[in-house]
Design a binder for this molecule. Structure first.
Ligand code: PLP
Length: 397
């Protein structure tokens, strides 16, 4: 029997977190605004901003909260239309709804990137903001998107929840648009269970987001050189209280040093598996865009020349061999299939995105996997592909 690699467990949290958590438990100082200075959340913001080369960072409860606060910081009118990709996590249209805006869904191609023709067609004068989800780290053509957005005068928010460490022509993903949002949920590159952070170079957007995240009374005075900007917004904005706890920051901070290793190993693992899958002729991993350097902790590939029954059979065969494959459009109630976002009401169909989702497979591939474990994943996926391609041989004896 082949060994089945565990692709779900997270890496252990670095030992250094324990000392800091013990200190916090001793003092009971868990709220970010109690200490006079140097609270763990404040230090995390400073370190994250420095790592990304951004002027401001605001740590919050989740990436969803970061997206919501970004839209609020932009001061969009009620019912403003916000362009989002049709291939994203349900949290993204949800953040738009939460901010009293209306999402407009853009087609995504078989390479998981935004369809630029559909983007151009839907970037009408009604559109007041754009959220670009770099889904699973797949970066859309940010040069073309920023050119169109800038020409239209529409701000871009980057949903980089799952793209920390990805670069686009040597620029860090999340630093290209007006605001970048990241997640610290357990399946992302930095794991605190829950949490998120937004980064921006725009002082006014940062100040507004700081106040609305819950820097009430004069707590914003602890945001360093943002204090003066924040003072301007005192009592003028709602307080949505989406703050991060010191405990979460203490868990994230020692992981920042792990980012380069996780990025390097994740990419090497991905490319090793991709090469083997592409040789099957049935499983196809789309090429990265020129200038894109991803930081994957999972692999996506399309099933070529198969029908729904064969696609389902592939997932079953892979599961039998110990690897769970999720086909976005074929797994029940998938949160990344736009037709399941019934809370949006009726939406126009998006045939291109739909076709992609019906054949796009998702397999977790954490950076910590060994070569033997990667080989076991490859054997399972390639074996499953051969089984559905040659049913006579697979089922005949
Ligand atoms: C995980 C994820 C989110 C949501 O992040 P939370 O921190 O759980 O709110 C949003 N967008 C994408 C692309 C994600 O992968």
């Amino acid at each position: 029997m082949s060994t089945t690699p565990d692709v779900y467990s997270a890496e252990p949290i670095p030992e250094a977190a324990r000392v800091e958590i013990d200190r916090l438990l001793q003092s009971g100082d868990l709220f970010r605004y109690t200490a006079e200075a140097d609270a763990p959340v404040t230090l995390l913001e400073q370190e994250f901003a420095a790592m990304m080369g951004s002027r401001y960072a605001l740590a919050v409860a989740s990436c969803s909260a970061a997206l919501f606060l970004s839209l609020k910081a932009l001061d969009l009118p009620r019912d403003a239309h916000v362009l989002i990709p049709a291939f994203t996590f349900a949290a993204v249209p949800s953040a738009v709804v939460h901010a009293d805006c209306l999402p407009v869904l853009v087609e995504v191609g078989e390479n998981y990137r935004i369809d630029l023709d559909d983007f151009a067609a839907k970037l009408t004068p009604d559109i007041k903001a754009i959220i670009i989800s770099h889904m699973r780290g797949h970066t859309s053509d940010m040069k073309a998107i920023m050119a169109m957005a800038d020409a239209a005068g529409v701000p871009v928010i980057e949903d980089a929840a799952h793209s920390l460490g990805t670069t686009w022509h040597d620029r860090k993903i999340g630093t290209i648009g007006a605001i970048g949002c990241f997640s610290f949920q357990s399946y992302k590159l930095l794991n605190a269970g829950e949490g998120g952070i937004l980064i921006t170079d725009d002082a006014d957007l940062a100040a507004r987001a700081i106040i609305m995240s819950g820097a009430y009374e004069h707590a914003w005075a602890k945001h360093g050189d943002m204090a003066k900007r924040c003072a301007h917004w005192q009592n003028k904005l709602p307080l949505y209280n989406q703050r991060l706890s010191n405990l979460s920051a203490a868990i994230i901070r020692p992981q920042l040093a792990e980012v380069p290793r996780r990025v390097r190993d994740g990419l090497a693992n991905h490319n090793y598996v991709a090469e083997a899958l592409n040789q099957t002729g049935i499983l196809h991993v789309p090429e990265p865009l020129a200038g894109e350097r991803r930081a994957p902790d999972s692999i996506q590939f399309n099933l070529i020349g198969v029908d729904d029954a064969q696609a389902n059979a592939f997932a079953t065969e892979a599961a039998t061999r110990g690897v769970k494959v999720q086909i976005f459009g074929l797994s029940a109630d998938n949160a990344r299939a736009f037709w399941n976002w019934q809370f949006l009401g009726s939406q126009p169909d998006l045939p291109r995105t739909r076709a992609m989702l019906m054949r796009a497979c998702d397999v977790r591939l954490p950076a910590r996997l060994t070569k033997a474990e990667l080989d076991a994943v490859i054997a399972a996926l390639v074996g499953a592909a051969h089984a559905i391609a040659e049913p006579a041989r697979a089922y005949g004896t």
